[in-house]
Ligand binder design. Structure first.
Ligand SMILES: [Zn+2]
Length: 356
């Protein structure tokens, strides 16, 4: 039986001078999902990077191209998957997360593998088997403005060490959606790095600096001595009902079920005290929300409450992945919240709070 041709093409040790400076031009030359293999100083070991699983998240591929053009040899062999090349090139460059009608590439790493995205996922999993990398980083951008952070499906010193190449903020998620990081195992630790918003120059810089450490450090699996991560565990999601009319504005919008000020993004990864106002409610009040734990329990009153027409935090919370995109707020969630706040952070925050 003839084997169907595999969807991921290969590029071995590309000549630095042959690569264009422009990321769009680079992607046009690749044309499709590509595994770039670069020999290191020690080729008995290998590390892996995946990026551009989402076509509108360019920081990872920009950082990779910049490094490839430098010609600097990594510490160990490196394999880099540049996944959704066609998605990134679809219509306007870096505009689509996925091509309309196709599956989200980062939801395809569990069966079934029966469409184009599934074939790419399965092929990459075979390549990981073949190359046996000691770690895998999956580099993304957030949909809104945000500082960088890491996401892991299990908490261990190895995962902390990998995330800390980029940032101290680390979210431990219980959700299982078919994301690449869910392949994480004792033999292959996988972490997701969210560099920040695609349009934030700091996100490109974070991707570059973290990638440099991953490429050139002899050891990336041992946490630095005294490393303390800013951990986000047991997060709940503030979900809106499908018919909720959400508005983003500086004052309550008539007819909206929820109005959220644009600057709500300033709460990303900060600690907010109880009774911080997050928005204004319409006549349907809190009935347009659901707050669920990863186990699916309804836990709203512990996290949020209404006073008058305001929506407030019910206790001290850490918020993250806050979106000001109404489509994402409705289809996914408005924000994530953690009540689990480590003491050192509370003290740190308290000393900075104005008490006058
Ligand atoms: Zn992404």
């Amino acid at each position: 039986m003839q084997r169907q041709s595999q969807p991921i093409q290969f590029m071995h040790n590309p000549e630095p001078g042959s690569l264009p400076e422009d990321t769009g031009e680079f992607l046009r030359r690749l044309g499709g999902p590509t595994l770039i293999v670069v020999d290191g100083r020690d080729n008995r070991r290998c590390r892996a990077v995946a990026t551009l699983l989402h076509g509108n998240e360019p920081s990872g591929v920009k950082a990779l191209l910049k490094w490839l053009r430098s010609g600097e040899r990594p510490a160990v062999k490196l394999i880099c998957l540049i996944a959704s090349v066609q998605t990134a090139l679809h219509e306007t460059l870096f505009c689509h997360r996925q091509i309309p009608g196709q599956r989200d590439m980062n939801r395809c790493f569990s069966p079934p593998f029966d469409d184009h995205q599934g074939h790419i996922a399965r092929h990459f999993m075979e390549l990981l088997q073949q190359y046996q990398p000691e770690a895998l980083l999956d580099i993304h951008n957030t949909s809104g403005m945000s500082p960088g952070f890491g996401v892991v499906t299990c908490e261990s010193p190895v995962h902390e060490a990998l995330v800390s190449l980029f940032t101290r903020r680390m979210i431990v998620t219980e959700l299982r959606l078919g994301a690449l990081m869910e392949l994480s195992s004792e033999h292959l630790p996988v972490v997701t790095i969210e560099c920040g918003g695609a349009k934030q120059p700091q996100a490109d810089q974070l991707a570059e600096e973290g990638l440099q450490r991953y490429l050139f450090n002899t050891d990336v699996l041992q946490p630095a001595e005294g490393l303390v991560m800013d951990l986000y565990r047991d997060a709940v999601r503030l979900q809106l009902s499908a018919d909720c009319h959400i508005a983003f504005a500086e004052q309550p919008v008539a007819g909206a079920d929820l109005t959220v000020p644009f600057d709500v993004e300033k709460f990303n990864f900060g600690v907010i005290p109880a009774l911080t106002r997050l928005g204004w409610l319409g006549p349907r009040g809190m009935s347009v929300f659901r707050v669920q734990s990863a186990q699916g329990e309804a836990v709203m009153p512990h996290y949020f409450l209404s006073r008058g027409a305001g929506l407030y935090s019910a206790q001290q919370l850490k918020l993250f992945m806050i979106t000001t995109n109404p489509a994402i707020a409705i289809s996914d969630c408005l924000l994530y919240a953690c009540a689990d706040i480590e003491l050192n952070q509370v003290i740190d925050k308290a000393t900075k709070l104005p008490f006058e």
